[in-house]
Design a protein around this ligand. Structure first.
Ligand code: SF4
Length: 83
């Protein structure tokens, strides 16, 4: 599963630089997470870095995307070119 940012986002920018995959960017109104790049931080950290720093608690699991842990790790390895 990947994460998404809800309308509670206050555009504080705290999350953007924390993402190891550069998955977070400014959208039209609030920050957005690219589901093709989000791995829930699997392979990089023990917890989702964006969730850890979000002061508005506006980052949640996107239940519409059901990546398995194995798929998320494979995505991490592809992004970071891990053999
Ligand atoms: Fe980036 Fe990790 Fe947040 Fe996904 S969970 S957007 S990989 S910081």
């Amino acid at each position: 599963m990947v994460l998404k940012i809800t309308s509670d986002c206050t555009n504080c920018v705290a999350c953007e630089t924390e993402c190891p995959n550069n998955a977070i960017s400014q959208g039209d109104e609030i920050f957005v997470i690219d589901p093709d790049l989000c791995t829930e931080c699997i392979g990089s950290f023990d917890e989702s870095q964006c969730v850890a720093v979000c002061p508005a608690d506006s980052i949640i699991k996107d239940l519409s995307i059901s990546d398995t842990i194995e798929e998320l790790l494979a995505k991490h390895n592809k992004i970071h070119k891990v053999a």
